[in-house]
Design a protein. Sequence first.
Length: 529
Amino acid sequence: MQRLKKGSILNAVSLLELEPCTLNLEPFYMTPFTILSLIVVYFGLLLLVSHFVSKKDSGNDAFFKANKNSKWYLVAFGMIGTALSGVTFISVPGEVGNPDNQFKYFQFVLGNAIGFIIIAKILLPLYYRMNLTSIYGYIEQRLGHISYKTAATIFLISRTIGSSFRLYLVVIVLQRYVFDFYHIPFAVTVLISLALIFAYTYRGGLKTIIITDTLQTFFLVSSVFLTIFFVCDSLDLGVFEAFEQVKNSNYSKVFFFEDFMKGNYFWKQILGGIFVTIAMVGLDQDLMQKNLSCKNIGEAQKNMFTFTGIFVIINIFFLSVGALLYLFAEKNGIAVPTDLVTGKPRTDLLFPEIAFYHLNIIPSIVFLLGLTAATFATTDSALTALTTSFCVDFLGMDKAENSSKPNMVRTRHFVHIGFSFLMFLVIVFFNAINDASVVSMIFKIASYTYGPLLGLYAFGLFVKSKTVHDKWVPLVCVLSPAICFAISKNSAALFGDYVFDNELIIVNGLITFLGLWLISRPADKQTRF
């Protein structure tokens, strides 16, 4: 490993080791103190916004639904930060260097866009017509009370795991570049991160999130464009020259039609993108909670269509950042950081490595603000949605008979603390066992956990003449992911060289749907929505 001058924060790194490379440190590079100071200022700003937004109204209606008074354009812009997360910010550019990936992810993004349109045209009108606070209220009225609790439980498990993994990614970066230098344990870093998120969300909830996520999305989007500018400047390329370089590089292949058996095949990615979006957005309390805070269905749909357009465009730029980073690394002899234990490349650390050690302080600040905004915009929203779902779906706080009960707000605070601590435990556990790409792991787990939700809603929406024997639904929703996992693990023996990718969620949803059909019975007229 190359020797660095005394005081460099790489001396404190114990988890990861870099391949030999030539470092070109600027006189004023990002020190741990500089990074920590920026984070403190950043969260100070969020806390200030939270204080002014929630000081007049911190009740449950503001926390759960933002008083049904959110501006659609603020929701649309803020949802970008929530939907992208630190995974998109780091892992997606990092994965561009894989010859089997390149711009493969854009196929998935196109599927996402189709999924968003389906949500806007089918699911949102249903939720508004039923005036839902928790979207799982539909399952209760359509399939039954146990089915409803099952759907809500699936969401709580899925979102807790998914959001914890996303936060884990940015905490790893903070640990490596800041807290290792001060000899602060990883668990304490996680605890500090969650405590900061809790501090600005526990009072105002969704009402606060709508404003803070708009601010954080601004930092995120600005960071993407400024990063492209600074990397192009370092490569002595203009915008059009950079476009040509990326187009002619070995990193920019978008469409993969060659081999149906591989995970990068076009139609696998498109179909996977559609159904992952329907499940992880349309059937997920997190992003739907923001949509349901708009005044009416018209504004909610306007928000979704606007969000979809911005989402597609911004992902093109994220992939372009990845290609430019690899071109920059090739030119300057920079190796991808490797894991000290396994020796495997950690592509999700290439972006921070270049930003902190091979560009000057301004691009470093831009990267840090973008990464922080991307990750915490996702986590604060998820924490609010988890609290909302538990309070509404399990404690019945939206019921008229409970709205006037004393200490309801205090109870909500304890639930918020509980989910913060649960995410802490999941992140620490994942850190102990993780040896895979974070972006792959998140979508792999989503295929197993969100598949049953897809099956439940598909059965409820498209099989009008039947309902289910309610008590058997939890068994179906447990067996379905188990069967799906077995099929995936034995795909080589069952289907030759076929490799499952994001389309695994379709298989899972289909197995759940068939299981529900087997336990179905004729529906009463009042249960047909």
